[in-house]
Every structure is written in C-alpha cells, then in structure tokens.
Design a protein around this ligand. Structure first.
Ligand SMILES: [Zn+2]
Length: 380
C-alpha cells in the first residue's frame, strides 16, 4: 500500500512560495529523507566533527514538510547538506521545533520505499536520526514526544576511585588547613597539605579540617610550614615569602608557635617588610639586609589612659634581633604600656624624694656632725 506523496499533494503550494525563499540553495522534500542520515548538532556548526571540510562543500538546504496549522501549510526546515556523505545536519533547537511534522513526511517516504528501508533496517523515522554529537560518557540523548531529551547516565564509579576523589576534594578545598588520619589508634597528628606523611594515610581514612581535631598534635616534620600557613591564612601565596623571612632572620619554630598560640598573624609580600598583627596592635619588622628594625602602628592619645590607632608606623627603636622583637610584640598590650608608664612615674617621684632628703641632710648641722663621725669611724 502506498502513502500519498506530499510532493504530489502539495507541490503546487510549494511553488507559490519558492520564489520568496532566497536564503536557501536547494530543497528536499521530507519524504525523500529516508535515504539520508539526519545528524543533530548542538550550539553551533563548529561542534560538527570535520566541520572545516564540511563547510566547504556544505549546501544550505530547506527540508519541506507540511504543517496543517500554518497558512500555506508549507513549512521549511533549515538544514545543512553534505553531498559527499549524503548527510543532513540539523541544529538541536530546530529539530525540536520541526521534528513532529518532519517525521510524518519521512514516515511517508519509508512506507513508499519499503524494500530499501527493510534492507537498511529503517523502521521508524527516528532510525535515520543520529544523535552521536550530543552523546558523551555521561549524557545519553533520546527522542521523546518529538523532542530531544538528555538522560544523565549513572556511571558506576568503583568505590576505590570514589574514595580517591573524596580525598582529592578534601585537598582541593582551600578552607582545609589540617590533614590527618581518622584512625584514632594511629599517631594522632595533623599535617600540612604538603607533608610527605600524608602519602601513608589510606584514602578511606584521609580527613581534612579547618580546625585541629581534639586530641591531635602538629606533626614534627611539617610543623613549621603548617604554623606559617596558619599565620598567613587565608593567603597561601605569602607562605614561601614568610618562610624565607623567618629563616633569614633566624626565627625558631617555637617562636612562630608562640605567635600562633597568642592568635597573632603575619603577612609579607617581599623580603623588605613583614607585617604582624599582634594582640591589639599592628607591627612591622623592616629588614635591610641582615638588619631589622621594629615599627609600631601610630596612635593618638586622647587621655591619660585612652588612645586610637591611626595610619602609619613609627620606629620603636628596639635594639635586638627579630626573635626579641617578636617576644616584645607578644608581651605588648596597651594596658601593660600604661602600667609601665605608671611604674616609671612612681620611680621618678621616689628618686625626686631621695634627692630632697639628701639636700636637707647636707644643710642640717646635726646631720653634718653625725655624717662626719660616721666617715671618721669608717676610717678606723
Ligand atoms: Zn606532617
């Protein structure tokens, strides 16, 4: 049984509009397409494999189909035709618009060319549609109700690879600073992300954290690097510079640990200056060659006991090495500074009193005689 050819039925209607279609080089009736694989591409034509070659010979074609719902009933589906391989390329968005009608046209072609289609295993219009460009390891395209849909394939990842990925994602998370094994029977040490010891932790025991878990201590091997990472946090680029700064000015790991314990942080962008956020104040250790000087943030005093911190730094005139400076910073609070001033004031007052007493002594005749006797007795 033959289906009625659309070309025969609607040929006249197409002739009516043919002259108006100027952007297309050639036409094919949908019912002729059973012989031509339709390849669906996505985004733009450059995603078509071998497009450089195809674009040289490709012809802009209009695929003629019938849409009973539009005036004139003739619908033109834009496509690219590759003559050497007899392939038709349609963009996925166009496909989704036109496929319902186009498949009806192709179905007529299949019915009227049964011998060819049986030989080529073409049973439905979908059998000539090739969705390979839209397919990859995860995405499986399919046609449902005339539209291309994409199914995301559940790829069975072996448990081993999954735990490896989980380990990597813990390392990739920039918030994680401490890495360790969750096997609490083990050494209970936390490590820096670059510590060699991490290699010995199995993937399924590997943990990353923003804090040191209870009962864990810092690994001796990577402690210094870990402390510097903590001090620079969240800036990681400054870790090597700060490391060099401490090394060149012979600051020990214990000293850096003390700073971290006190909640101090440090930053350096070059070898000239390290800025240290102390307990309340900000400090700078400025280096010229081997020599270091300590600079303290400027502040304005508003009363005997109050101040506010302003821009810039003043030289603290501290004499000593960088370790000494760090200890000075660790011990400095505004309160202690005021207490120091108070001690100085009391001492100065006491010294003034002694001078007054001695002056009085020197002028009183009674004391003058006593002192003379004392001096005389010492000589005997
Ligand atoms: Zn370590």
């Amino acid at each position: 049984m033959c289906a009625m050819s659309q070309q025969v039925l609607y040929g006249e209607l197409f002739k009516d509009i043919e002259d108006k279609l100027t952007n297309i080089d050639d036409y094919a009736w949908g019912e002729e397409l059973f012989e031509f694989p339709i390849i669906v591409y996505t985004k733009n034509r450059s995603t078509i494999p071998g497009y450089k070659r195809i674009c040289n010979e490709g012809i802009e074609v209009g695929l003629i189909t019938i849409n009973p719902n539009i005036a004139g009933m003739i619908e033109i589906v834009p496509a690219l035709y590759e003559p050497s391989n007899k392939r038709v390329y349609i963009k996925d968005t166009q496909f989704n618009i036109y496929w319902k009608n186009l498949r009806k046209s192709i179905q007529i072609g299949i019915e009227n060319n049964q011998e060819y289609c049986e030989q080529n295993d073409i049973k439905t219009p979908e059998d000539i549609v090739d969705l390979r460009i839209l397919r990859d390891d995860i995405h499986e395209p399919y046609i449902q109700n005339g539209i291309i849909k994409i199914r995301v394939r559940k790829v069975d990842v072996p448990k081993e690879i999954q735990t490896k990925r989980t380990r990597q994602s813990k390392l990739d998370n920039p918030l994680n600073v401490f890495f360790y094994s969750c096997n609490r029977k083990g050494s209970r040490q936390v490590h820096d992300r670059e510590c060699d010891v991490l290699d010995s932790i199995p993937d399924d025991k590997f943990m990353g954290s923003t804090e040191i878990p209870d009962g864990y201590i810092l690994c001796k091997k990577c402690k210094r690097n870990l402390l510097i990472r903590m001090g620079c946090y969240p800036n990681t680029k400054q870790i090597p510079i700060c490391g060099r700064f401490f090394h060149e000015h012979r600051v020990g790991t214990t000293e850096i640990e003390k700073m971290i314990d006190k909640g101090m942080t440090f930053h350096a962008e070059d070898m000239n200056v390290m800025t240290i956020n102390g307990i309340e104040d900000t400090w700078q250790v400025r280096a010229v060659g081997d020599n270091v000087s300590l600079w303290h943030n400027n502040y304005v005093r508003v009363s005997n006991t109050e101040r506010y911190i302003t821009d810039g730094f003043h030289n603290q005139n501290y004499t000593g090495n960088m370790t000494g400076m760090l200890r000075y910073i660790e011990g400095y609070t505004w309160q202690k500074h005021l207490q120091g001033e108070e001690r100085k004031r009391i001492k100065a007052e006491e010294e003034a009193k002694v001078i007054v007493v001695e002056d009085e002594r020197n002028t009183n005749w009674y004391y003058m005689i006593i002192d003379r006797i004392k001096r005389f007795l010492r000589k005997i």
